[in-house]
Design a protein around this ligand. Structure first.
Ligand SMILES: [Zn+2]
Length: 286
């Protein structure tokens, strides 16, 4: 039974933020070597503070899937996330896709990220999200590594068709992906025998807001499941420095409708009840 909003009785959904900077996104990776990250103007701290304010205004909590690289450089920001009552989770150490690593490398990266995040926050980190949803039925070994690293849940699969990620045949809802490890896929809506994105990403900025609202309502009403939604801090930052080099498609996807994001997130926070992933999905699991 999913948690319900105490006043409205509506299903409580899970809100997640992938804490990384604009120069760390996978689509830009070929144009920005990791060695140059330290020399680039950072925007993540001001953007996270902005998101923390939006959440505080709405009196809601969320889960922040954070890179170890970011936590090492912004320990005060990590404190503010935790002090706000939010859940700190892991997005790996330095944003390598699972698909570009072997078992040992992948395990080392997600172990390091967990250790850094736990040291910085002083609390236990239960959740992990793979960069670019790079885990799915084709590399199930990754679930074993995530469990071995000590995580209790993963939110690494987006069960849609997409040119860079996605696993259209993967289960759409919470399930045990490996012994003791729950996979919590990003929300999709089932229509015309296909899964359509309903849990964030470029689609949320591309399509009218009403499409997302309709989709989340449908998942809550027809599937009777909580939605799991995600966005990035750089999506609320229309003034971020423009990266030179990526092709037209990558630039279109990254920069489209950034100025619409803040009002849309506010509407999401008004139209639905949201909480941290652990409160929505792990409550009652011991
Ligand atoms: Zn990411």
């Amino acid at each position: 039974m999913s948690p319900r909003d105490a006043t409205s009785g509506a299903i409580v959904n899970a809100l997640t933020i992938d804490v990384e900077d604009y120069f760390q996104v996978s689509a830009f990776a070929p144009h920005i070597p990791r060695a140059s990250w330290d020399s680039l103007p950072c925007r993540v701290e001001r953007n996270i503070d902005h998101i923390l304010l939006l959440l505080a205004d709405a009196n809601m909590r969320a889960t922040f899937f954070t890179l170890g690289w970011i936590a090492e450089r912004y320990p005060e920001m990590i404190r503010r996330i935790v002090d706000g009552g939010h859940e700190l989770a892991s997005h790996g150490y330095e944003h390598y896709r699972a698909t570009e690593q072997g078992y040992g490398q992948f395990l080392a990266d997600i172990r390091l990220a967990k250790a850094v995040l736990e040291d910085t926050s002083g609390g236990r980190v239960n959740g992990y999200r793979a960069p670019s949803f790079s885990v799915g039925p084709r590399n199930k070994w990754a679930f074993e590594a995530i469990a071995e690293a000590g995580y209790r849940y993963s939110s690494s699969v987006y069960p849609i068709r997409h040119d860079h990620y996605g696993a259209p045949d993967a289960p759409r809802f919470a399930h045990e992906a490996f012994k003791g490890l729950l996979e919590l896929p990003i929300t999709t809506v089932r229509l015309l025998r296909s899964n359509w994105p309903a849990g964030g990403g470029g689609y949320f900025r591309l399509l009218p807001y009403g499409v997302s609202r309709w989709s989340i309502r449908r998942v809550n009403a027809i599937d009777r499941q909580p939605a799991l939604f995600y966005f990035h801090p750089w999506e609320l930052d229309p003034d971020q420095p423009r990266v030179k080099g990526p092709g037209a498609k990558a630039r279109f996807r990254h920069y489209l409708n950034l100025e619409r994001m803040q009002p849309r997130v506010r509407r999401l926070l008004t139209d639905f009840s949201w909480d941290r992933v652990d409160n929505v999905f792990l409550a009652g699991r011991g």
